[in-house]
Structure formats: structure tokens, C-alpha cells
Design a protein around this ligand. Structure first.
Ligand SMILES: [Zn+2]
Length: 235
């Protein structure tokens, strides 16, 4: 799967993401519960004095990876998967030339990712909303006395976002089934279309359910006469 020196095929997937429920992708450090300050959503400054919320591609990719890990575990067994931060496992997979399907899609400390997920930006203006939060004890899941209340910022439900994902050198139209990666990626896309994935915080109360719509896939490849071709495909 170390095939980056050789361009075979790329799928350029675009569409729109719709958040069905309120969404909050926070700033790492400010997420500390019990912080006396309000908990803002992550924003990007687009001009002087104007900031818009966005969903970092890395957040989406993290959600996609853990979802694909779950499917891979269900199909191939738990021992087939490992934490993305398990660098020992990544190294032994690389040395034995037995890269697991999940690293073969999303990369590891030894292997570049075959998937690039772009930052998602709102397609219209939206007012953010504030919800009072309560302190949840991370170890026991219960309300932690003495923490909070504090105010969390959310993107209200019903906003449309840009979506873009590129898949490199994985043949999504593979019919032979020897490579597990096309099937895992197609399952991921199908689940995204059905609204089965959640992004951001407060998942346990149903936040961050996203649905992928208006999917369009362009396939880019070198055709047999050596020319660069681009066609629309259904995956
Ligand atoms: Zn792996």
C-alpha cells in the first residue's frame, strides 16, 4: 500500500453535509470541564472582525476512522484493529508488509493517508446558540457536584456545510473483493448518507448527527492512451 510514487486513480467526492442536530466542535483546550469561561465552537477568521464556525477536516477524518474501525472489527474481528496512536503496531505492520485495512485507508505513523478530508464550511449565515451545560464526571458519567454551570456554544441544527473528500489509489469500483478498503469506504459513505454518524461533542445526548447529501464523485485516472481522464461515477 506504499503506492504514492505511482498515480493510479483518485476519486474526488463533493457534496453537502447537513447537521440534523445541534453541533459543537470545540477548541481542544477550552473543552476542559469546569472551566469558568464559556465553551466556544471552533471558528475561522475569514476577514477583519468576521469569524465563521467550521468543521476541521481532521475532526471529520477522526470520526470516519473510528467508524471504519468499528465496521472492520465487526467483519474481521477485534484483533484486526488498533488505536491510531499505536505506533508500535503501525511499525510492525509496516515492517511485515501487512498494513491493516484501516491504516491502509487513513494512514499511520509509517504510512501516508489515502484519504484527504477537507474542512467543512457553512453554506449560509447562521446565528450560534448557547446552551447551559452541567459538569459530567468523565470517569463515572454522572453529574459532578461543584462543576459548572457553564455555557456551551452550538451551531443550531439544519445548517448546510460544504463537503470534500479525496480518495487516492484505492479502486472504489473494484469488483474482485480482495482489497477490503473499497467496501469499507463505501459502507462509510452509505452510513454518512443515512445520517448514522456524529461529529463533535455531546454525542451521548444526540448532538452532531450529520447527513451527506448531493454526493458527486469524479474519477480521475490515466487512460490506456496515457492521457489524463476525468469522469463522473456512482459509488
Ligand atoms: Zn494498522
Amino acid at each position: 500500500m506504499s503506492d504514492f510514487n505511482h498515480y493510479k486513480v483518485a476519486y474526488v467526492i463533493t457534496g453537502k453535509v447537513f447537521n440534523e442536530t445541534p453541533l459543537r466542535v470545540g477548541l481542544g483546550k477550552a473543552e476542559q470541564l469546569g472551566s469558568p469561561t464559556d465553551l466556544p465552537v471552533i471558528k475561522m477568521r475569514i476577514s477583519e472582525g468576521k469569524e465563521i464556525p467550521y468543521i476541521p477536516g481532521s475532526s471529520l477524518k477522526g470520526v470516519f476512522r473510528s467508524y471504519v474501525e468499528k465496521i472492520a472489527a465487526a467483519i474481521y474481528g477485534l484483533e484486526s484493529i488498533h488505536s491510531p496512536f499505536d505506533s508500535k503496531r503501525a511499525e510492525s505492520e509496516y515492517e511485515d508488509n501487512r498494513i491493516c485495512a484501516v491504516c491502509g485507508i487513513f494512514g499511520s505513523t509509517k504510512l501516508a493517508s489515502h484519504v484527504i478530508v477537507k474542512d467543512a464550511f457553512p453554506l449560509s449565515n447562521t446565528a450560534l446558540m448557547l446552551k447551559p451545560g452541567i459538569g459530567i464526571n468523565r470517569d463515572f458519567g454522572g453529574v459532578q457536584p461543584g462543576i459548572g454551570p457553564f455555557v456551551e456554544e452550538y451551531v443550531p441544527s439544519g445548517l448546510e456545510w460544504s463537503f470534500g473528500m479525496n480518495i487516492l489509489n484505492i479502486n472504489l469500483e473494484d469488483k474482485q473483493g480482495e482489497d477490503p478498503r473499497p467496501g469499507l469506504l463505501k459502507q462509510l459513505i452509505s452510513s454518512l448518507r443515512k445520517g448514522e454518524l456524529q461529529v463533535g461533542g455531546r454525542k451521548s445526548v444526540g448532538s452532531g448527527i450529520i447527513t451527506l447529501k448531493e454526493l458527486k464523485t469524479l474519477k480521475r485516472f490515466i487512460n490506456p492512451s496515457g492521457e489524463f481522464s476525468e469522469i463522473e461515477v456512482n459509488i
